[in-house]
Every structure is written in C-alpha cells, then in structure tokens.
Ligand binder design. Structure first.
Ligand code: F6P
Length: 539
C-alpha cells in the first residue's frame, strides 16, 4: 500500500468517535468545504472529513499525479491506452479560441463544422424546410441508439423539458425488446416522423436491429424513396452508415468515448428538442466547468475534491454504493445516465500497467428523484447497516411556477434529508421525546431503540438557481471530471469498456439456437434454457 493510502487508512480510525454534526458546526467549516463554480454551490460540509482528511487526499492526488493525467487529457495524449485513443470530449464544448490537438492536428475546425451542420439541420426541422417524403413538416424525431448513444440525450432532453421547441417532440428507443420501438411508434405518423440512428460504431446489434425495424415501418407506409428524408445517422463509421442506406450523416470521432459523446453530434436529438442556441448554452456550461477543472488549484477544484472523497469512502469506509438523489423531477434519468458514466468507466479490476488493483473501484450508483425515494428506500439510508454516501441536487427556483408552495416543500425536504442523515437522533433524544409524548416508561424502553438514527452519514448538496441548459452542462461536466479523478487515483483506464464484450460474443453464439437455425449452444445451462425457450414457444 502506498504512503498516502496508508496514512488515510490510519486517519480513518480517528473518526471512530467523531460526530458529523459537530464537524458541520465547527467554525470556518464553510470556508473549506463549500465551493461555488459560477452559480453552482457544492456543499461538502456534510462529509466525514476534516482539514487533515483533505490534506491527505490532496497528498494522494499528488502521489497519483492527477494533475499530470488531467493535463495529458486536455493535451490530447492517448490516455485511453488500451484503445490507443485520445480522450477529447472537452474539445466538443471548447468555446474558446484555443486549438485542441489530437495527433498534432487541431480538431476544432472539424468540431465547428459539424456543429454548423447540426444547426442547419435543427433549424430546417423547426422552420419546416426539412420535409418528409410527402411534403409534410417533421413533428416527431425518434433517436435510435443505446448506452452512450441514448442515455446522455434522453437524460438531457428530459432535464430540459421547459425549453422544448413546441413544434417537435423527441422520442428515444434503445432496448432491442420489440415493445420499445412498437410502443414509441404506436401513436406516430410515418409522414411526420424522422429517425436519428445514433451509434458510434454503427455495429451495435440492438441499434441496428431497431433501425432496420423502423426502416421497415417507414418503407411499408411510404416506400423505399422515403428513407432519404426520414433517416439521418450519427456515427464515426461512414462506411457502415452508407451500407445501411442512410445518406445524411453527422460525424464524430474515435477520440470521443461513447458515454462522453452527448456533446458531439450524438446530442443532435437534444439540439432538436431545445433548439441549437440552447444546445450551445449546454456546451458553454460544460466548457466553464472544464476550465474550472483545468485551472483551479486542487484544494478548490470541485471535481477533484468530489473524486477524492469518493475514493476515501470506497477505500477507507468500504462503501460499495452511492445514491444520486435529484430533488428535481426533470433529472429523473440522471441516476441511469451516471450508472453508465461511472460504472462503465471505472468498474474495472485491471490497472493501466496490467496489474490487478488492490483497491475497490467504482460505486454502484443508483437513485430516484426526491421526494419519491423518501417513501421508499430512505429508511435504509437513515437506519441501514452500511453508509451510502448521497448526492443531493436541487434548484432554488422551479421552472414550473406553482401558486402554492410545492417547490418550497421540495427544497425543505431536500435539506432535511441531508441534515437527518448527518446528525441522526440519539437514544437520549428519542427517550426524551417519547417521554414528552406521555408514553409509559415501559413503552419508552421498548420503542426508543427503534427510533434511534445513527447519523454520521455523508452527503454532498449541489444547489443551483435553476436547471437551465448551461447549469445542466456544468453539472454533467462536473460528474465527468469527478469520474476522471477517481480513475486517476485507482490507476485504471476510465475510457475503455472491455467488460461488455464477452456477453456480446456469447449472445451471437447463442442466437442461432434461440432462432431454431442451429442446435442450442453455449454452456450446459444456456443450452438447457434454450431448450425450455423452444418448448415454450412451440406451445
Ligand atoms: O455497451 C458498450 C457500448 O460500447 C457503450 O460503451 C456504448 O455507449 C454503447 O455500447 C453503444 O455503442 P454505439 O454508440 O457504438 O452503438
């Protein structure tokens, strides 16, 4: 174990008798633990951390060369070493004049060129100059993609619902389960529907199967010639797009990881939903957070601090999961988006040098919008046997004005949950309360232990004035860089995803047996289940 980790492990023992409530109350806590990036307030005061913890974590960051890794990313070095690729999603939202180089070539002209094409396309959908094959205006856009070609766009589109352009509705189909496409198309008219087939590789089984099914639906209604005006593609692979028969393609590049691609043409469905100008505001917010990550000293660098705290809990507190609790209905899909971002990036056991990691990596990320979670799983967050660090996200102002005080109720609940987790309620407090409520001493004795809340449960609160495109861009960029910092500390390649390949290969091997074109294949269990499937389907 390295020096920095050893010191952190021994420092962890100092928390055995520490009360998070008193840490929060300490004078000057906010100076060190509350940070502001533009209008985003990131309150870290409810973390099981002291000044010494931060010093030790910053020592760990120095030992792991986090700044060197960060600078290598911004310089376009091939830090995705297993795929020999640069990691340059930051170039996609670079709104400065600064060139961004990959392999010695400034990628910014190409980035701007595609953005300009996206703008023209969006405008033509909105003003009706892009027409379907029968001359009708496009009213529905269906994004067909999965993983990074779906989650960022669907999460963002949902989050920015108040900014939707009224003349067009976007829909997202990801699952190869035929119900997903069928349910989506059920109310749509082929004459007014356009499909965006979004796939970095244009080789993903689920996406191509859905795209073929959508094409059939269209061609059956409008004929083969309709494809040109009802299908566009977003990909890095022009040849495959061409082979599929789509003439209009928006390009992106292999230095954009799938789960980091919503800022590229993969975000076309977002731009169609909210208008191109607002898509640019989304990019602008992300760019400002990029600059904060690139230029701020580490002790004030919010993605760095969050990533380090994540490693602290994962390693020294043995936390396995982290909850993301948006007190923001429009961030409904944020937990799902972050599951890919964090778990596909850092759910790995092999280090960059090929050795096996001796540390736990990646949290299981999960969550639901507040206040729904309060009436479901918060019981465990408050009184369960393991600590689950939580991210609370909330806007001071709602985009949905209500004459009553529902947004204020939401805000109060958000603050209250984090406070309850941090401070809990002691046995003495409970006993006093029960006695004051006139329970008999016997009743007090029997009920009190059940009402004790241990407290000392860590959380981050992210508070922003309103969830507008720029603010959302900043929040997502913050999470991306937080994941980067985790990966740098753990010494893993956060930008590959080899772990998804075996399942894809096995599915291809098993499919002929399920189709009945070949004997069942796979291992004994898969073969037996395939036989059951065949028997059930024959009934
Ligand atoms: O499941 C693995 C994965 O490669 C993800 O990383 C990616 O976002 C998704 O599949 C979709 O890939 P594509 O955009 O190439 O269709």
């Amino acid at each position: 174990m390295s020096d920095a980790w050893a010191q952190l492990h021994s420092h962890r023992n100092e928390f055995d008798d520490v009360s998070l409530g008193s840490l929060c109350d300490a004078q000057g806590r906010d100076d060190q633990f509350v940070h502001t990036v533009d209008e985003l307030v990131v309150d870290l005061s409810r973390h099981l951390a002291t000044e010494k913890t931060l010093d030790l974590l910053l020592g760990l960051a120095a030992e792991r060369n986090v700044t060197g890794m960060r600078d290598a990313m911004f310089s376009g070095e091939p830090i995705n070493t297993t795929e020999h690729r640069a990691v340059m999603h930051v170039a996609l939202r670079n709104q400065s004049d600064r060139p961004m180089h990959v392999d010695g070539i400034d990628v910014m002209p190409d980035v701007r060129d595609v953005l300009a094409r996206m703008k023209t396309f969006c405008d033509s959908i909105h003003d009706g100059s892009w027409q379907g094959s029968t001359g009708k205006k496009i009213e529905h856009v269906v994004n067909i993609g999965i993983g990074g070609s779906d989650l960022g766009p669907v999460m963002t589109t949902e989050a920015l619902r108040p900014w939707w352009v009224s003349s067009v509705r976007t829909h997202f189909v990801s699952n190869v389960d035929p119900s997903h496409l069928a349910d989506t198309l059920a109310t749509l008219n082929p004459e007014t529907t356009l499909f965006i087939v979004a796939s970095k590789t244009f080789g993903t089984q689920e996406t191509l199967a859905n795209a073929h099914a959508a094409r059939l639906w269209l061609v059956e209604a409008l004929g083969e010639n309709a494809v040109a005006s009802h299908f566009v593609a977003v990909s890095t692979n022009a040849q495959r797009v061409n082979d599929f028969g789509i003439g209009t393609m928006f390009e992106f590049w292999d230095w954009v990881g799938g789960r980091y691609s919503m800022w590229s043409a993969i975000g076309l469905s977002i731009a169609v939903s909210i208008g191109f100008e607002r898509f640019e505001q989304l990019l602008g917010g992300a760019h400002r957070m990029d600059m904060h990550f690139r230029n701020s000293p580490l002790e004030k660098n919010v993605p760095v601090l969050l990533g380090l705290l994540d490693c602290w809990y994962r390693e020294c507190w043995n936390c396995q999961t982290r909850a993301v609790l948006p007190y923001d209905q429009h961030l409904l899909r944020l937990p799902a988006y972050l599951q890919q971002l964090e778990m596909e990036s850092n759910g790995k056991h092999t280090r960059l040098d090929g050795s096996q990691t001796t540390h736990g990596t990646a949290f299981v990320v999960w969550g639901e919008p507040g206040t729904n979670g309060q009436h479901s799983f918060h019981q465990m967050l408050h009184q369960g046997t393991t600590m689950v660090p939580c991210d609370f996200l909330v806007a001071a102002c709602s985009e949905t004005p209500s004459p009553d005080n529902r947004h204020e109720i939401l805000l109060a609940n958000c603050l209250a949950q984090a406070e309850a987790m941090a401070r809990g309620r002691t046995l003495e407090q409970v006993r006093e309360e029960l006695a004051a409520a006139n329970l008999s001493p016997i009743e007090v004795d029997s009920l009190a232990p059940h009402k004790v809340m241990m407290g000392n449960r860590a959380s981050t609160t992210m508070l922003y004035p309103r969830l507008d495109p720029a603010q959302l861009g900043a929040i997502i960029s913050l999470y991306e860089h937080r994941v980067f910092v985790q990966g740098a500390i753990w010494g893993i390649d956060s930008f590959d995803q080899w772990g998804v390949e075996l399942g894809k290969e096995l599915a291809n091997n098993i499919l002929p047996g399920v189709l009945g074109d070949a004997p069942p294949s796979g291992d004994a269990t898969s073969r037996r289940l395939t036989e059951h499937i065949a028997a059930m389907r024959a009934e």
